[in-house]
Design a binder for this molecule. Sequence first.
Ligand code: ADP
Ligand code: MG
Length: 335
Amino acid sequence: MLSNTEIGIDLGTANVLIYSKQKGVVLNEPSVVAIDVHTKNVVAVGTEAKEMVGKTPKNIVPIRPLQEGVIADYDVTAKMLKEFMKKVSKKVGLSMRKPIVVVCTPSGSTSVERRAIHNAVSSYGAKQVHLIEEPVAAAIGADLPVDEPLANVIVDIGGGTTEVGIISFGGVVSCNAIRVGGDRFDNEIIQYIRKEYNVLIGDRTAENIKIEIGNAHPDHKQTETEVRGRDMVTGLPKTLTVTSSEIHSALKESLDQILEAIRSTLENCPPELSGDIVDHGIVLTGGGSLLNGIQDWLSDEIFVPVHLAPNPLESVAIGTGKSLKIIDKLQKASK
Ligand code: ADP
Ligand code: MG
């Protein structure tokens, strides 16, 4: 008998990933959908849609249906999910006949939203659909021993949120999610350049600046980069040079909020587990954990070892896919 395909979906606010046990990560695209406002039709999804951001005619609007960790538009989220699943079965040749699917949902999502995701995947023809909590998936993906009675601390810095979770014995002991992540960083950079130089830059330019010269550590080797935007006084295009310490100052407040979220989660940890944390430290994952200097800065601040997950952009998807093996146990633990 042919076994059903097992897939894991990481429904992130910035990126959606699909992982299959047989083929690894088979899809990795931005969570963006371009919609024609007149016909309400989907014009493009994923990478193609993200490329349209800020560049389309008025009738085509790129939407990010998941924002700040919540499903802002679940019709569009469902459409996007279906398009991605279709894409995977076409392009990768992965049989999507009655797949068994595990979806990792943002922990800020309500039960109504979770049901909507469940329904969207079921209506695609899935045989079984399971939902898994983000910190658990992230920890499994980072190869942490989640089913042992031992504190695993995972900090997932995504696009819309940062989620700090302590997982032990297959369940979430404590968890803290804040609406600060990579998107907020980009926004702070936009605001900074507008205030300081009277120049308007786009989201993608801000993201590139962050990746290129952003640094979380106050003491870092200075770098700089050229930035292009629109001068708000003359209305004309303008090029300027910004330094990494300027960008650091723009990001500082958001970074401190992340630090606070980690601190308060550690402070609320049951004392028996605190000892584990001193020994094993915490693990960073999510795209935001790739910000330069963040690992060193955090370990200077919280005095426990800070590790980076082997593959921060993929570990939630991998963990979601791998969670099937232990899903029964996890469901029992969360009851
Ligand atoms: P989500 O799970 O919410 O979809 P991801 O874990 O995919 O989010 O992370 C996306 C975020 O990571 C974006 O804000 C992106 O700009 C940021 N990011 C990706 N690579 C880097 C990098 N090298 N440095 C800093 N930020 C990065
Ligand atoms: Mg994520």
